[in-house]
Each structure stands twice: as structure tokens, then as C-alpha cells.
Ligand binder design. Structure first.
Ligand code: FE2
Length: 377
């Protein structure tokens, strides 16, 4: 089997797509302290207050803060008492992604189609109404304890979802230029990647657009394998990673150990100006992985001419890679919660539709330096 591109990301016949998805609706994280997490995402990442649900809206067991930046919505949820499902999730995994919500035109159809094809049900279709209209939600399980909720909101013009009220705040830090979710990566157990690739193909109608094996993604010590799944219109991309045997513990193994199971490894968010965005994020305290300065000495030789000033890229630690269609710029934050599990990627695409394969080695060596400091390599 070739170890790189299996199929170029030319998405298949739209008419044959049995699971049309308009985009990522929201991402919900279960966190220990939603109120403070919301403040972090506002302050550090430039999100804005959008909606709230909790005691003031009639909930008794949990509260959620919703923050927004352009098309990206994050829901931060914490339990209000002990012994809840949310609390158990946090006890086991630490802070992490529970829901990857997908925006569809028909959540009832999406649910039945997915379940017919083998998905494990999570939420049977429910219709919720308030003065702003109606929303239909349904849900299925995916890897680990992560779920996909289908959201049908064409007859709704409320602030977020029924049950939420607008969250007015006097604290509205400026945005940092984050626009939409480019892709979201899942880490799964050794030997389970192909199972989940199969799941996204059969149940969700996704296609495998790229594959990387341990020859592509390895350093002296560690390796991983990855397959990128895309939905029909290319708006949803889910790379799935599994660890590969190496001399030392890989970052995926470290994730699986500390998350105590499979889960979302990183959320990649797009910007139109990565230099401005990363400068802003860094000034607000977001920490990024650093590659050695020597990475930039050979950069132009490797990727050819680019629009950006190499000195700015070196100063910020932004990585560049080129494919047949153009190039991309990317950078990875350090993990954003107590456990060394989830992190963010900031990405700017200038034609390239790939995922930065040329950066894997430099990147994983940077990750290994972090692991070394934690004593988990
Ligand atoms: Fe990524």
C-alpha cells in the first residue's frame, strides 16, 4: 500500500450523499469549571459571550456557557452537583470534548439513516420549541465517549438553542480572527483506526481522503498512523489517529493514557491571517509548541516562495507545508487543560487541502520535548 495519498480530496457526487451536513454546529466540552473556562476562551482566544443555560434558566444539575467567534461555537458545561453523568465524565477524562454537533437540514432523517447503517443511538430525535421557533436534535455515539448530535435549526432564530438565554456581558475582548473549524482529530486505541474509518464510511457516508502510516509520521522514538475522513461537501474533516509501535511512548499513547480512553485530540481552527492571529493569541497568553530555529533555514528550499515574511514565521513558530494545490501555514498550542490531552491547531490554507505532512517530523520532535519534560516519553 502506498504510504501517502490514497485519494486526492475531490469529493464525490453530492447527489449520492446520504448524509448531507452543512457544517460543524458546535463543540461541547465537559469541564470542571465552565464559568472560568468561558472566561479563558474569551480572554485568550477572543471568543464572545453568546448564551447561557443553568439555574437561572431552570436547569438543576448543570450549567453551560456558550461562546462564539465567527462560525465557531464552543459550549462549556459543568455539573452543579455530585454523581452526575457529566461529573463522572470529568472524573474519568478531565476536561474534554463530549459533543461534536453537526448542522443538518433534517435531524430525524440523519438519525434514522445513521442508525439503520449501524450507529449506536445516543438521542432519539426530539423537537424543542420556544418563542424563536423550533429545533430538532438527535444523536449517535462515535469513538470513546464522544457523541455526534445532529442539529436541525432551519426554523429557529434564537440565540443558540431552546433552553438557552442570551448571555450579555460587559467583558467583550476583541476577536483574534478565528473563523471556522477546519478539522477535528480523534485519537483511538491501537488497532482501532480502521474500525472507525469504516464507521465513518458506512454510517456517515464519509470518504477516506488521505492516509499516513508510521513511515510518514515518525521520529527516532515514536510513531502514529492517521486516516483523514471527509464528508461529501468537504466541510467536515475528521482525521483518526492510532498509535504505532515506537521505541518510546507516542503522543497518542500519552493522550490515551491521560484521557483514559479515546477522544478528541485537537480542534483545528482556520484564520485568514495566521501571523496576525498567532501574534494576538500569544500576547493573550496562549502557549504554542516551538520548533527549532533551524526549521526556517531550509524552509524556502522545501516549500518554495511564500507570501509571508520568514522572520515573522520563525519568531512565532508557524510551520509551512506545500502540496499539489498550494500551501498551508499551521501552528499547535500546548495542551489547554490540566491533563496533557487536548490542544488547538491554528491553520491558514492558501490552496493546500492537506494536513501538513512535511511538518510531522519537526512537530512530533517538538511534542516529544514536551513529553520529556513531563516524564511521559
Ligand atoms: Fe490537525
Amino acid at each position: 500500500m502506498p504510504n501517502t495519498i490514497v485519494a486526492i480530496p475531490k469529493i464525490f457526487d453530492q447527489a449520492a450523499d446520504f448524509m448531507p451536513i452543512n457544517g460543524t454546529d458546535y463543540i461541547e466540552l465537559y469541564v470542571s469549571n465552565a464559568k472560568q473556562a468561558a472566561h479563558y476562551y474569551k480572554t485568550a482566544f477572543g471568543f464572545q459571550s453568546l448564551a447561557y443555560a443553568g439555574l437561572e434558566t431552570g436547569l438543576t444539575d448543570r450549567e453551560s456557557y456558550v461562546v462564539v467567534q465567527d462560525k465557531i461555537r464552543l459550549v462549556l458545561t459543568s455539573p452543579l452537583r455530585s454523581g452526575t453523568m457529566i461529573g463522572k465524565h470529568i472524573d474519568k477524562h478531565g476536561d474534554g470534548v463530549k459533543v461534536v454537533a453537526l448542522w443538518v437540514d433534517d435531524a430525524t432523517y440523519a438519525y434514522h439513516e445513521a442508525v439503520k447503517r449501524g450507529a449506536e443511538p445516543f438521542l432519539e430525535p426530539v423537537m424543542e420549541l420556544d418563542e424563536y421557533g423550533k429545533v430538532v436534535r438527535s444523536g449517535i455515539h462515535t469513538y470513546g465517549e464522544v457523541v455526534h448530535i445532529f442539529i436541525e435549526r432551519r426554523d429557529y432564530d434564537g440565540v443558540f438553542l431552546p433552553g438557552f438565554k442570551k448571555w450579555e456581558s460587559h467583558y467583550n475582548p476583541t476577536a483574534t480572527g478565528l473563523k471556522y473549524v477546519d478539522h477535528m482529530v480523534g485519537n483511538v486505541d491501537l488497532g482501532r483506526m480502521d474500525y472507525w474509518v469504516d464507521f465513518y464510511e458506512k454510517v456517515m457516508g464519509f470518504v477516506n481522503i488521505l492516509s499516513f502510516d508510521d513511515k510518514d509520521i515518525s521520529t527516532e522514538y515514536t510513531a502514529l498512523m492517521s486516516k483523514v475522513m471527509s464528508n461529501g461537501n468537504g466541510r467536515i474533516k475528521f482525521p483518526i489517529n492510532e498509535p504505532a509501535p515506537g521505541l518510546k511512548k507516542s503522543q497518542v499513547e500519552e493522550y490515551l493514557e491521560f484521557y483514559e480512553g479515546e477522544g478528541v485530540q485537537h480542534i483545528a481552527v482556520a484564520t485568514d491571517d495566521i501571523v496576525a492571529t498567532v501574534t494576538d493569541l500569544r500576547n493573550r497568553g496562549v502557549e504554542f509548541l516551538q520548533v527549532p530555529a533551524t526549521y526556517y533555514d531550509v524552509l524556502e528550499k522545501r516549500v518554495g516562495k511564500i507570501d509571508e515574511d520568514i522572520d515573522s514565521l520563525r519568531d512565532l513558530g508557524i510551520l509551512v507545508d506545500r502540496d499539489e494545490e498550494g500551501y498551508l501555514l499551521q501552528i499547535f498550542t500546548k495542551t489547554v487543560q490540566a491533563r496533557p490531552t487536548m490542544f488547538f491547531e491554528i491553520i491558514q490554507r492558501k490552496g493546500a487541502q492537506s494536513f501538513g505532512k512535511g511538518n510531522f517530523k519537526a512537530l512530533f520532535e517538538a511534542l516529544e520535548r514536551e513529553q520529556e519534560l513531563r516524564g511521559t516519553l
